[in-house]
Design a protein around this ligand. Structure first.
Ligand SMILES: [Zn+2]
Length: 417
């Protein structure tokens, strides 16, 4: 089931145009696993339009494998089980644990199960399936599966019918517990990729019931089998793989939290680095409409001579950047650092009428906090809405990647000189 089929070299034409999971290898090691609605076009995309993340590894890829799944839900489920099995470097690097999703099946005091999605695996009396990479796809999948296998989402059900009951998604205030637990077991099996086991078991139940002349219940199971097959085959749960989707929803959420009364189009993110006291540089990465705009990236060699410190370097870089209206000004700049860095950036941008309305935010990684201009208290990163957290991480990672690449180049040049 989970042995990838390899294509010859990079002959992407061999890849199926259907839903599935693909794998990238470097020297026989699986370094990345992904899922797609159309495997062929998704894989081609990684190479023809590499994203910020692809840039980390795409050049190392020497082999491509795939598994056809025939449905999006199965692709989602298979991806989860294969990431767990192989732990590919570039899936793991990119998404630290709190960005993964698990389906948790917990039990209340009466040992009645309930189901929810979580980032953490630290609940008592709880079983987990996952990790899943994409929360939206997982939520959609569960919404579909909940029709076939109604479940509770919290410890205690009210005495009367709830909203979910009326939608047929909840087992109701007094379900047949044996039946309910059995449904939950089937749900877990499906999320683990054991769809045929579930279908076979349902078919057996149906046959047994007909034998006992319990035709009504047997017909219910027949409908359930049919619905499940339909859902598994046709449900659309995967996003089309456009990386900027989450970045743009992050930008919208950021506008709100910052209190910006216009749309964010351009964001600039700065990284000052001074490796071993040599080659002090500032780098600027730019995102336009949620996508990295690489042609706009800039590097600044720090000019100041004596003992440069972080704050002074940032001041120099921003001062020089603001002399360039032709690059067009951003709505937001993100810098690396705490309150001191935030304050110096605010001071520099306030000196010019064209830049004074730019909003400044800064990310203090040591303390895992985000400082926002005009907000007294920093926001702990872990309490940020997920889409903002993702966006800030994305910007910050990209700035570092760019800075490090430049440093390597400088060092090499220095050696050659
Ligand atoms: Zn209910």
């Amino acid at each position: 089931m989970d042995r990838f089929r390899l294509i010859k070299g990079k002959d992407f034409g061999e890849l199926p145009k259907t839903a599935g999971v693909y794998s990238f290898y470097a020297k026989n090691e699986v370094i990345y696993i992904g899922k797609a609605i159309n495997t062929q076009s998704r894989v081609k995309n990684h190479f023809s339009q590499p994203s910020y993340r692809d840039d980390l590894f795409i050049e190392k890829v020497d082999k491509v494998g795939y598994l056809e799944t025939g449905s999006e839900i199965e692709a989602l489920v298979l991806e989860a089980s294969l990431i767990k099995k192989y732990q590919p470097k570039f899936n793991v690097v990119w998404r630290d644990d709190k960005n993964y999703f698990y389906v948790a099946i917990s039990q209340n005091e009466q040992k009645i199960p309930y189901v929810f999605i979580t980032h953490q695996k630290n609940y008592e009396r709880t079983e987990y399936v996952g990790p899943f990479v994409e929360g939206t796809a997982l939520k959609k999948t569960l919404r579909f599966l909940r029709r076939a296998f109604p479940y509770y989402t919290s410890k205690k059900h009210p005495k009367n019918k709830c909203t979910w009951c009326h939608l047929g998604l909840c087992p109701g205030p007094n379900p047949d517990l044996k039946n309910y637990r059995d449904n939950i077991r089937k749900l877990v099996l499906i999320l683990e990729g054991k769809r045929s086991a579930v279908l076979n078991s349902l078919k057996k139940e149906m046959a047994a019931l007909s034998k006992e002349n319990k035709f009504e219940v047997a017909a219910e199971i027949r409908d359930k089998i049919f619905n499940l097959q339909q859902v598994m085959a046709h449900a659309h749960v995967i996003e089309s793989g456009k990386q900027n989707l989450s970045a743009s929803s992050g930008a919208a959420a950021l506008e709100k939290i910052i209190g910006l009364n216009k749309k964010i189009s351009r964001i600039e993110c700065y990284d000052i680095s001074n490796i071993q006291g040599k080659f002090a540089t500032g780098s600027m990465v730019v995102f336009i409409d949620g996508k990295p705009a690489k042609s706009e990236y800039k590097k600044f060699k720090i000019k100041m001579e004596n003992e440069p410190n972080d704050i002074a370097m940032l001041k120099e870089v921003l001062g020089r950047r603001f002399l360039h209206p032709e690059w067009s000004y951003p709505e937001i700049i993100l810098i690396d650092g705490g309150i001191a860095q935030l304050n110096i950036a605010i001071k520099v941008k306030a000196e010019k009428s064209e830049t004074k309305n730019i909003k400044v935010i800064s990310i203090a990684k040591g303390r895992q906090e985000l400082f926002i201009e005009n907000k007294k208290e920093p926001i702990p990163l872990k309490t940020l809405p997920q889409e903002i957290y993702n966006l800030v991480k994305l910007l910050d990672d990209e700035a570092h990647r760019f800075a490090i690449a430049y440093h390597k180049k400088l060092r090499k040049k220095n050696l050659l000189d």
